[in-house]
Design a protein around this ligand. Structure first.
Ligand SMILES: Nc1ncnc2c1ncn2[C@@H]1O[C@H](COP(=O)(O)OP(=O)(O)OP(=O)(O)O)[C@@H](O)[C@H]1O
Ligand SMILES: [Mg+2]
Length: 162
């Protein structure tokens, strides 16, 4: 059983590089098997964050947006899986993906547009809510909530960030 971490963190990313840095911290410090759900409007920075996660996992080479592929997998120091369910519209379509196997992997998995699979996710997992600051469109806010065990190294890192 996972311990519920009963706390949220809000962090701002002033530009794409700091968004990638935030993602890279998750790639380095999230527990094995973590599933990270990325929620927020079109263009909010979910793929940019996920690219950072891949870098933090030690993936060499470009990390593309999986909008058309749905699932892209990478080998680094840690296995990194990047899922984007934007084009998935029904649960029947979901049956064509072996999503349970993807979610059960022991690497790090990021899922953009995760609504249809949210119920299938077990801990350790994280939900990140991305928003664009309407007054400063380059600035993104990210609200992080974490569930389950193994997050203490990431929590220490978040606590050190402004
Ligand atoms: N602070 C920031 N953080 C992240 N991206 C930023 C930031 N400022 C500007 N951008 C730009 O905003 C865009 C974000 O696009 P990205 O593909 O990451 O969004 P997304 O949430 O994955 O969108 P989609 O829902 O279409 O998949 C990129 O072009 C990026 O360079
Ligand atoms: Mg995207």
């Amino acid at each position: 059983m996972g311990r519920t971490v009963d706390q949220n963190w809000t962090r701002a990313a002033a530009d794409s590089d700091s968004m990638r840095d935030l993602g890279a911290a998750f790639g380095r410090l999230a527990p094995d098997g973590a599933v990270i759900l990325l929620e927020g409007e079109l263009g909010a920075g979910k793929t940019t964050f996920a690219q950072g996660v891949g870098l933090g996992c030690g993936v060499a080479g470009p990390i593309a947006s999986p909008t058309y592929n749905l699932i892209l997998e990478y080998e680094g120091r840690r296995h990194f899986t990047h899922v984007d369910l934007y084009r998935l519209t029904t649960e029947t379509d979901l049956d064509t993906l072996d999503i349970d196997a993807v979610l059960a992997g022991d690497g790090i998995t990021c899922v953009e547009w995760p609504t249809l699979i949210a119920e299938c996710v077990s801990s350790p997992d994280a939900t990140l809510q991305f928003t664009v600051n309407p007054r400063k469109p380059g600035v993104r806010e990210v609200v992080v909530s974490l569930r389950g065990r193994g997050w203490s190294r990431l929590i220490d890192w978040l606590a050190d960030q402004p």
